[in-house]
Design a protein around this ligand. Sequence first.
Ligand code: A3P
Length: 311
Amino acid sequence: ASSKEHDQEDAIDELIASLPISKGLVRPVRSLYQNFWCPTYLLPNVIAFQRHFEAKDKDILLVSHPKSGTTWLKALVFSVVNRSRFNISNTPLLTSNPHEVVPFIGRRSLPGLDGMVESRLLAMHIPYPALPESVRQSDCPIIYICRNPLDIVVSSWHFHRQVARSEWSLEEHFETFCRGEIMFGPFWDHITGYWKESLERPRKVLFLKYEDLKEDIVGQLKKVAEFVGLPFTEEEEEGGVIEDIAKMCSFKTLKGLEVNKSGKLLNTIMEKRSHFRKGEVGDWVNHLTPSMVDRLNNIMQEKISPLGLRF
Ligand code: A3P
């Protein structure tokens, strides 16, 4: 590497070292960077993405707050945009985890993305204001999925415990969540950032809800297909293509596939199966106390509801 590159790396290291970090036992350690809590180990790739990524109009970005349905969204959008190449009998989803077919910005470094063919399908958890300028300026569509924070907090607690193999209690996790120190949090800024943009630029940001997908997957898939400029034809509709995609990407099907049952994800410590837990709406009733529910509902009432968003 040239000395200029070394200087840039040193400057990034210095920047990261100067950021506030999460307190206590929160793992992985997070840094407060541009108003969100970014896992510190992902920051070099996130910063490189912000500074050097050149969005193309044909790129499609999938964004979510962690545990909002990222895995599902990846499988669904991958299937929609690649349906002329693959059907349910030969889709790569039969042999690869959804996270392997759609790269995640943060874990994957930039040079790997340059080799991807159009239309690049990329996923990330970065909040809207922190997206690279080229993404915000270009016409590349962004599909955002959100989920009721009561379910996110329960889902992320189970996930952390499994991945970190820690005895991290639900109470500690809940506190961290309410302080906004959850990965890529505060969750209220994350959700409202994309929500506002979807209202202002509905052709730029499609805002989906996990709960709506659960209720009417066919209707939501049609919306996604239209949004990315690939609406289902009458022939496809009559041929059951939408139902096929819905079934292939369903929790039951994906969880049951051998490829998602064992082994670790890419070069991480994450078990592939930890991305498939229960896949339901409202599991929070089984975990959160009434006072936790009140507290989180109050936060939503204050931060999210005024913008016309309800769960
Ligand atoms: P639960 O922990 O409530 O079961 P993410 O993919 O953003 O990490 O979110 C994970 C959550 O989505 C988990 O929720 C997981 O079980 C659920 N999930 C994964 N695949 C799904 C699918 N195909 N359909 C519905 N939910 C899915």
